[in-house]
Design a protein around this ligand. Structure first.
Ligand SMILES: Cc1cc2nc3c(=O)[nH]c(=O)nc-3n(C[C@H](O)[C@H](O)[C@H](O)COP(=O)(O)OP(=O)(O)OC[C@H]3O[C@@H](n4cnc5c(N)ncnc54)[C@H](O)[C@@H]3O)c2cc1C
Length: 325
């Protein structure tokens, strides 16, 4: 593409964004937040990355639908942001509409008559566990230390301490990027290790969850304390995005990296955590370029020493790892 056609392309894209904002803004209530060029780094646990071209925190399903339909109509890409705990946001930001279900209307926790729990997609996992414990509902303890939201945990099929998110799911309510509402039973969904296919191109609005049993709050709390202690002992405290790589079949990514002596390896302020080798921590001013370079180095060492291709578990927001690694 010539420099001139690239400039024209960018101008056209910019015009579409301006038209999008001008169209949707008057239709949104003051409860919904809409911002241009919102910096995303502070909305992530790794604390890196540039701005979203447009950022929205819709207050209602109808306003969410409006945003989706108008973006779709103009061919503008849409991305969901949970609590940003499994993401590396590129330094240049994201040329997209970034939607975050941070409004309180998405944070509901309701115990239904059948004993199930309705959890809004914006609810923090920590709050889900706290509220379930108070209600004497057992089965969510393994989620407590995962710093994500229900929506992000569904998309990633997050897991810890032998439990997986979809172990406790009965049904998921989702909105397609075209704005169509759908209720899916767990049995209809395709989920595996850190992945839910149906949420690639759809937004989870919330889920009906099934507690394992009714129990004394004190007993549930004691189990949570055991898990918490394990985490404190085995995970770094500095900003990170959790485990960088998926465990390859039959092996532990952290152990492989550790055995190659890579703990403490640094690129800029991005460092392989000395506490847990499958974590990269931000020592202060890391950029996503530093993190990507470090990921490349780790993968190259593991490949040459062990012949294993480590696959990232963290997501590169708005891009595909295969395009940058
Ligand atoms: C210290 C630390 C410890 C961690 N420990 C664990 C662990 O033990 N187990 C584990 O599995 N993970 C762990 N993680 C990773 C992370 O917390 C989980 O993957 C979590 O589920 C991500 O949720 P989130 O809300 O932060 O999602 P984000 O990181 O914001 O997004 C992740 C993906 O989910 C999508 N998404 C977010 N919300 C929605 C929605 N409503 N609908 C559709 N898609 C959505 C995003 O578009 C993105 O593709 C850890 C992370 C950190 C920093």
């Amino acid at each position: 593409m010539s420099a001139l056609s690239k400039t024209l392309d960018l101008d056209l894209r910019e015009a579409r964004w301006n038209e999008f904002v001008a169209t949707v803004r008057p239709r949104l209530t003051p409860e919904t937040r809409l911002a241009e060029r919102e910096v995303l780094a502070p909305k992530t646990t790794m604390r890196v990355g540039g701005p979203a071209r447009v950022y929205a925190e819709p207050a209602t399903t109808e306003e969410l639908r409006q945003l989706l339909v108008e973006a779709n109509h103009r061919g503008l890409p849409v991305f969901l942001l949970g609590r940003g705990s499994n993401l590396i946001i590129p330094d240049e930001g994201v040329d997209g509409l970034v939607i975050c279900l941070a409004h309180e209307s998405w944070q509901k926790f309701e115990v239904r008559t059948g004993g199930q729990v309705w959890a809004g997609a914006g609810l923090r996992l920590k709050n889900l566990c706290g509220l379930a414990t108070k209600a004497g509902l057992k089965g969510f303890e393994f989620l407590e230390g995962i710093p994500g939201s229900v929506g992000g945990a569904l998309r990633m099929n997050a897991g810890a301490m032998g439990g997986w998110m979809f172990d406790v799911v009965e049904e998921v309510h989702l909105l397609s990027l075209a704005g169509e509402l759908r209720v899916m039973n767990k049995s209809e969904m395709h989920v595996d290790y850190r992945h839910c296919a149906e949420l690639h191109d759809a937004i989870a609005l919330g889920a009906l969850l099934k507690p394992a049993a009714i129990a004394e709050s004190g007993d549930i709390r004691r189990q949570i304390d055991v898990y918490q202690k394990k985490r404190v002992e085995s995970q770094p405290r500095e900003p990170s995005a959790g485990c960088i790589f998926k465990n390859p079949p039959g092996a532990s990514a952290g152990r492989l990296i550790d055995e190659l002596g890579l703990k403490g390896t640094r690129v800029g302020d991005a460092e392989v955590s000395p506490v847990h080798a499958n974590f990269i921590v931000n020592r202060g001013h890391a950029t996503s370029a530093d993190i990507i370079r470090l990921i490349r180095q780790i993968r190259a060492r593991v490949k040459s020493a062990r012949g294993i291709d480590l696959e990232p578990e963290v997501l590169l927001y708005g891009q595909e790892w295969r395009d940058v690694l």
